[in-house]
Design a protein. Structure first.
Length: 240
């Protein structure tokens, strides 16, 4: 295996450092992240060939990271966890993880599983780009921008110039979280935690303000939104 890129997601600095040293010694290119939000950003920006994911992260559960990744990418995910319960393994695999390695582990076994995951991923990888289509919008997660089709119809036969929709950094963060969970409800608490940070989970008025701003910029009829849907008291869903 030469020059495959692995995203290591683990909040234990010593373990993350040891993994990075061992992986680089075996010819891997290593990107690291210590929490779920930075892991999702790194996946969109760095295009790893495989993700090595610890489930116990400080800002969100690793299963939320799996769900977020599977909203737009089929990158192989190998879960690395101290959790011994069978239900944790089943949940991770059901959400789209490709393999599950329990701590403590043998480094040579982990390397073999990563290589196998990359081979499986390469077998059906196309020119996958982190671009999500929502109606007449193309949301580019890597370049952090939204493009609107120049044609009136949303079912996209192409044609017509695209124009960029200008978003503020906070509007983008809000939209990015929803996009990573396309078609699934994102709770108010999760949105506040991911966009504004821990300690903001009770600031629900922030969500109302920014949801309204996004609808004005993205929806054909902001008063009757088709894509950015509110579930009162629960959260928000971005519908394709």
């Amino acid at each position: 295996m030469t020059h495959a890129r692995v995203l290591v997601v683990d909040d234990e600095p010593a373990l993350a450092r040891a993994l990075a040293i061992n992986l680089r010694a075996q010819g891997w290119e290593v990107v690291t992240a210590s929490d779920g939000a930075s892991a999702l950003r790194a996946a969109a920006q760095k295009h790893p060939d495989v993700v090595l994911l610890d489930l116990g992260l400080p800002d969100m559960d690793g299963t939320e990271v799996i769900a977020g990744l599977r909203g737009w990418t089929e990158v192989p995910i190998v879960v690395l966890s101290a959790r011994q319960h069978g239900e944790d393994k089943v949940e991770a695999l059901d959400l789209g993880a490709d393999d599950y390695v329990t701590k403590p582990f043998a480094m040579n076994e982990l390397m073999a599983r990563l290589r196998a995951a990359v081979r499986r991923g390469a077998a059906h990888a196309g020119d996958e780009e982190p671009v999500v289509v929502v109606g007449d919008l193309r949301i580019d997660l890597a370049r952090k921008r939204v493009l609107r089709s120049g044609t009136a119809g949303g079912d996209g036969g192409g044609g017509g110039a695209e124009e960029e929709v200008r978003l503020t950094p906070t509007e983008w963060e809000f939209l990015e979280v929803l996009t990573r969970h396309l078609g699934r409800l994102v709770t108010r608490e999760q949105l506040l935690r991911e966009v504004w940070g821990p300690g903001y989970e009770s600031e629900g008025h922030y969500l109302r303000v920014y949801a309204a701003q996004l609808r004005r910029k993205l929806e054909a009829d902001p008063a009757a939104p088709r894509h950015l849907i509110t579930s009162p008291g629960l959260g928000y869903t971005l519908e394709p």
